[in-house]
Write a protein that binds this ligand. Structure first.
Ligand SMILES: *Cc1c(COP(=O)(O)O)cnc(C)c1O
Length: 406
């Protein structure tokens, strides 16, 4: 019997299309110094100016002149690539300096950089789960795919606790073998709803049952805390968390991920994690730019104040029009549509008629029935951009007869 590979691939793609969640990558080319403006290249090759409303470059650091200069200067000094894995000729002054900067940033003994935040989570969690005999992992049900993959790969026992439900976490901890090592894994700022974890309470129950805490601060670093060390810093809890994981790709506007922890934990992951060991290290120029970005963000609290002010203002304008946003205390503004086809349709109208770019967010990034547009205002989105966006949404909501907030 012959296998019809084409049929298998094509029918899977057809299903996605029918569900309205086939992903189309919009070609959006940013222009240095003009963020959040960018050039949209549509499918016919026609270019037009658009405003980006869904970037994770929350502070516009990807275009900060000091960061760009640090990148370019390092390229001019050492060339484009790292030339090897960390162990075999791929460690430079730039990598060492970045890890020192990150350790200092979170007030930990050490730091380890990875090619992305995704890989950092996957590697760190799978390695710890395998390394600790009889390890049990407790994972918040809304944890990011990278943590879920790491936990799955670690192949240890695991329990999923109801999102942000500390009583449920405690119930699960209490009913586990008290002699087995445990890791409680969660996020500080959940990026799709923009809600915060009850970090203090999670730490308290974790300590009570002698579990290590693993905190993903990907949507917190650069954005919360006096120095930008994340929500854990803002709450004065940095030293209580065993492992803090972060990214260089969001608040810092670049690429790459990291963990910070006590030195022996860093040393174990450095020594045993295949996804750290067997891959080429980040380009030195990227590490140089990351150091510049971290230092800038750390020393400019006004960036964070401007971010909060912009997010508050946008939420207020949307609420004034009864647009159904998910309320939260973060910089993320999710607007519920609750239908994948409608969600894509609104995104297309915004792009083609209003030059506003916001990507539809569908399953599996969010549960079915909770499809949404996720707006991320930055300090560079001025009042006129906010008002233009909200007026466009109001008009679309009226024309398509979409449901408003109660
Ligand atoms: C984006 C994201 C990551 C992955 O970070 P990258 O550096 O983009 O790979 C990890 N955790 C969470 C919660 C994220 O949103």
């Amino acid at each position: 019997m012959s296998i019809d590979y084409d049929l298998i691939f094509n029918s899977a793609l057809k299903d996605l299309r029918q569900e309205g969640r086939y992903r189309i990558f919009n070609n959006i080319t940013r222009k240095k110094g003009e963020f959040p403006k960018a050039v949209y290249n549509n499918q016919y090759g026609i270019k037009s100016d658009v405003t980006i409303w869904c970037s994770n470059d929350y502070l516009g650091m990807g275009q900060n002149p000091l960061v760009v200069d640090a990148f370019v200067n390092a390229v001019n000094l050492v060339g484009a690539g790292a030339g090897g894995t960390r162990n075999i000729s791929g460690t430079s002054n730039y990598h060492v300096e970045l890890e020192n900067e990150l350790a200092k940033f979170h007030n930990k003994d050490g730091a380890l950089i990875f090619t992305s935040g995704y890989i950092a989570n996957e590697c760190a969690l799978s390695t710890l789960a395998k390394f600790l005999p009889n390890c049990i992992i407790f994972s918040d049900e809304n944890n990011h795919a990278s943590m879920i993959e790491g936990i799955r790969k670690g192949n240890s026992d695991k329990f999923i606790w109801k999102h942000n439900d500390v009583d449920h976490l405690e119930y699960l901890l209490k009913n586990s073998n008290k002699d087995h090592p445990k890791i409680v894994a969660f996020e500080s700022v959940y990026s799709m709803d923009g809600d915060f974890a009850p970090i203090k309470k999670i730490i308290e129950v974790s300590k009570k049952y002698n579990a290590l805490t693993y905190l993903d601060e990907v949507h917190g670093v650069g954005l919360y805390g006096k120095n930008g060390g994340g929500l854990s810093e803002q709450l004065g809890l940095t030293s209580e968390i065993d492992i803090i994981e972060g990214t260089l790709a969001k608040g810092f506007g670049l690429m790459g991920g990291y963990i910070t922890a006590k030195y022996n934990i860093i040393d174990v992951i450095r020594s045993f994690a295949p996804g750290f060991i067997f891959t080429t290290s980040l380009p030195p120029s990227l590490a140089a730019a990351a150091v510049a970005s971290i230092r800038y963000v750390k020393n400019n609290y006004s960036l964070r104040e401007a971010l909060y002010e912009r997010a508050e203002k946008l939420k207020k304008l949307m609420l004034a029009k009864n647009l159904p946003i998910i309320k939260n205390n973060s910089h993320i503004v999710p607007l519920l549509v609750k239908d994948p086809v409608r969600c894509k349709e609104i995104s297309d109208i915004l792009l083609n008629e209003y030059s506003i770019y916001v990507q539809p967010i569908n399953y599996p990034t969010v549960p079915r029935g909770l499809e949404r547009l996720r707006f991320t205002p930055t300090p560079l989105h001025d009042d006129s951009k906010l008002e233009f966006l909200v007026n466009a949404l109001d008009k679309i909501w009226r024309e398509l007869k979409l449901s408003r907030a109660a």
